[in-house]
Design a protein around this ligand. Structure first.
Ligand code: ATP
Ligand code: MG
Length: 441
């Protein structure tokens, strides 16, 4: 993409009302624009990152055996009356009426809708297990939207729902989603710590929030530091690896404020391993058995002919919140530093002097060749050198290829690593040779 043709409305001034770094940087980098309180426009650069994050989540859900569908944003109030949550949900739910005066709502979540689906299709044990997911916009009329897309009213969520015949199988589905979350966040360059969360009436410890440690986070967390050393296997076999991995990740003490108990923290964690911090919730896994399937009469017949409610769980990831969370975890005083996996472009190409025709030819040629193996943001604008370098550092593409007048005489270019700031000078022909070798066949 040539920057002269792109739409990248970066800001020079510090946005006044943005309290946290990720919000400030998203506004300055021209990623988002507020449409109204808690509702945002995703400008092209922000949209590109959102799509990258969505893609990783989709791949890992699919790897874990989940199947994608798409449910509507608008739901009928009837299904929420059936579960009893129509009244319970309160003011966060955006309620509307259609022209026939029927109650409808903009979905804040989808347990009701998906349970209704399960009641129609999953009647025999032969159709189960199933994990279904979708990636869809949600609306919650948050009382205090803040921190940009971190807590807003309209946000993109990935939500999955598992359906099993027995509680034992249901827990297996839970474990698969748990492991898939570890893998998903790792691919985004994030260390998300699973913490025991309020599990509701079903008891046990079958609810975990995945939290990224950050001082600007809204949740206070109490963690055994040893958890931060844990890793997951490079390649995962979801059928074989889920249970063992989850056991090693849940043996340490890690809870959010709701579950915190001073005595058990002190009993379970040696003083040198106690970490009290703040964090950002990016995902939540929840096993609730027959809480929704019972009122919906979503019953399944097992092998012996016994009919009982389907066992269910739900698993959410804040797709749009993650864009901000990645920035909170990866930035410096100059701007954003995208992990390669979520960067809006693979590489930035900067021509420092577009008035030099020879240099333009070299850069155009490089750009065209690079495009066959990667996505490139090519700064071909006539802005000043300072503006170009500052802007590229701000928007955070991890690798920058910089060419100036000297590139013509010396036949060299500069490769800059955005994270370390280190630069390497390379011969242009050599660079092109590498490009050819790296090209996907
Ligand atoms: P929170 O405690 O932050 O309000 P929640 O428990 O209400 O979250 P869930 O219903 O579990 O959230 O939703 C799944 C995921 O959706 C959350 O883990 C979070 O990442 C994201 N999310 C929830 N509410 C918002 C919001 N208002 N803005 C952006 N993302 C959100
Ligand atoms: Mg909430």
């Amino acid at each position: 993409m040539k920057l002269s043709k792109y739409f990248l409305p970066t800001l020079k001034e510090l946005p006044k009302d943005a309290e946290v770094m990720s919000h400030r940087l998203m506004l300055r980098a021209g990623m988002i624009r507020q449409a109204s309180s808690g509702i945002y426009i995703w400008l092209p650069l922000g949209h590109a990152v959102l799509k990258k994050i969505e893609h990783i989540i989709r791949e890992e859900q699919t790897n874990a055996g989940a199947i994608e569908l798409l449910m509507p944003t608008i739901q009928s109030a009837d299904i929420w009356k059936k579960s009893g949550r129509y009244d319970d949900y309160g003011a966060e739910m955006l309620r509307m009426k259609d022209r026939h005066n029927r109650d409808i709502l903009y979905g804040p979540t989808n347990e009701e809708q998906i349970t209704d689906i399960s009641s129609h299709y999953f009647k025999s044990y032969k159709t189960l297990p199933k994990i279904l997911f979708h990636i869809q916009w949600k609306f919650r009329d948050e009382v205090r939207p803040r921190f940009g897309v971190m807590r807003c009213k309209e946000f993109l969520m990935k939500d999955s729902y598992s359906f099993d015949v027995t509680e034992e199988d249901g827990k297996e589905s839970y474990n698969k989603m748990f492991l898939s979350y570890l893998k998903t966040f790792q691919r985004m360059g994030l260390k998300a710590v699973p913490m025991q969360a309020e599990s509701g009436p079903i008891g046990g410890n079958l609810s975990h929030e995945f939290i990224i440690l950050a001082n600007t986070g809204e949740s206070k967390v109490y963690v055994d530091k040893r958890m931060l050393e844990l890793n997951i296997p490079e390649s995962i076999d979801y059928e074989k690896d889920s249970k063992g991995t989850i056991e090693s990740w849940t043996k340490y003490y890690a809870v959010t404020e709701d579950m915190y108990d001073e005595k058990s923290f002190e009993k379970n964690v040696d003083e040198e391993n106690r970490l009290v911090m703040r964090g950002i919730e990016v995902g939540h896994v929840f096993y609730f058995g027959d809480k929704y399937t019972k009122p919906f009469n979503a019953n399944v017949q097992d092998k012996d002919g016994t009919i009982s409610p389907i066992q269910s769980g739900s698993y959410g990831i804040g797709v749009s919140r993650l864009v901000a969370a990645v920035i909170e975890a990866s930035h410096d005083e100059k701007g954003i530093i995208w992990p390669e996996s979520v960067s809006p472009f693979d590489t930035a190409l900067i021509n420092l002097n577009p008035k030099n025709d020879e240099l333009v030819n070299i850069c155009d040629n490089l750009y065209n060749k690079m495009l066959s193996s990667q996505t490139v943001l090519y700064d071909d604008t006539s802005n000043s050198v300072g503006e170009k370098l500052t802007r590229m550092d701000l928007i955070g593409i991890p690798k920058q290829i910089i060419l100036g007048n000297k590139s013509v005489e010396n036949k060299t270019l500069e490769i800059k690593d955005r994270r370390s700031g280190e630069t390497v000078i390379e011969n242009i022909d050599k660079f092109l040779e590498h490009l050819n070798n790296d090209k996907p066949s």
